[in-house]
Ligand binder design. Sequence first.
Ligand SMILES: NC(=O)c1ccc[n+]([C@@H]2O[C@H](COP(=O)([O-])OP(=O)(O)OC[C@H]3O[C@@H](n4cnc5c(N)ncnc54)[C@H](OP(=O)(O)O)[C@@H]3O)[C@@H](O)[C@H]2O)c1
Length: 382
Amino acid sequence: MNKRTFIKTAGAATALAFVNPLRALTFEAPKENGKQVLILGGRGFIGPTIVNAFLASGYQVTLLNRGKTNTHLFKNLDVIICDREKENKQGLKAIEKKYKHMYWDIVVDTWQKSPKAVSDFLDEFKGRFGHYHYISTISVYDKWDKKFIEETEPLNPLPKFPETISEDYRYAIRKTLSEEAIRERISNYTIYRSHGMKDYRVTRPGDPNAEPFWPVRFYRGGEILLPDVPHHHIQITDVKSMTDFIVHCSKTKTFGSFNVAHHPMPFKDYISGLIHATQMPKKLHWVDGNFLIENGLLPYSIVPLWRTKPAGSYCFNVQKAVNAGLINRPVVEMVTDQINGYLKRNPKDDVRFGEIVNGEQMKYYSVGKEKEVIQKWLSKSS
Ligand SMILES: NC(=O)c1ccc[n+]([C@@H]2O[C@H](COP(=O)([O-])OP(=O)(O)OC[C@H]3O[C@@H](n4cnc5c(N)ncnc54)[C@H](OP(=O)(O)O)[C@@H]3O)[C@@H](O)[C@H]2O)c1
């Protein structure tokens, strides 16, 4: 069995271990529920997972985008061709006549660029949808200076709302302004504030720097260096769990704003998930965090999922979403998906983290650096 088959098998076995046997026995093709969903976007990073979740629940799904990205996906679905970046709602106004008066039970908006594009959509489609969902981020909170920030904490102070699509702000401000535009206009919305999304797909396919470091590192096995840091917690948003929550909120008409992620979890629990998912022969070297820093392996920028400040990072309160029905699937399932996605994109497993490739410095750290620091640590502690 090669490594690749192994992962698939391991993943399937793991997934089976977590499947509710009653559900497995009664599985059948979803019945159409007669509800219409409009996904604004749908063919990028998280869009396809959202589309699949609604289809699996029997919804009729239509996409709205420019017809440029990943056009091989969802060929059997209707696509409304529209450029949301055109000023003065020109793109929205040019939508084909047959869609102009349709009513959408659900709209999901993955937009991350201009807040004006969000307000334009809401104004143009006023009264023509039942429930609007918006993918946001925990970057909308003003201060991350304490642990367990809840949805009621103050958001970023905002500049004047942009008058044009082209007016540009940094990411966190764009998201906060978009949220403001939603709250000002409607009450039938749900906002999902995510924290470090992980999925089978990556945000920039084709860019090796977008590949997930830890899942790939554990897939490769061998001698693995890990940061030994007191109270090391991490927090992640599993796109699939979030997407199931979006469908759940649609079914239950759950409105409001939610932090959506796993509860903060010990880094060691995340590592356990990786061990179970990969099962490659490996030896773990837990190396003191200060020693890593002294040797140039800095938190976050070089060693991912290790963040020392601000205090609130990786520690947002997600209880409101959990109470509303968010179910985070086991880490082992999530990382298995990530590894399978990585292998699909990189069948030769040839991403070289931390090396200089074609004159460009890759993110994270190299195999050589890892070996060097492990050796230094072992000599120091022997
Ligand atoms: N918190 C976190 O960790 C985190 C991490 C990553 C992403 N995010 C958020 O998650 C969301 C990710 O969205 P995604 O890219 O994965 O969404 P997506 O819906 O999968 O992909 C983006 C879609 O937008 C369409 N699009 C692009 N430009 C457009 C335009 N001018 N007019 C109409 N449609 C256009 C693209 O299709 P066409 O090109 O064919 O138009 C594509 O289908 C963003 O909101 C981002 O902020 C959060």
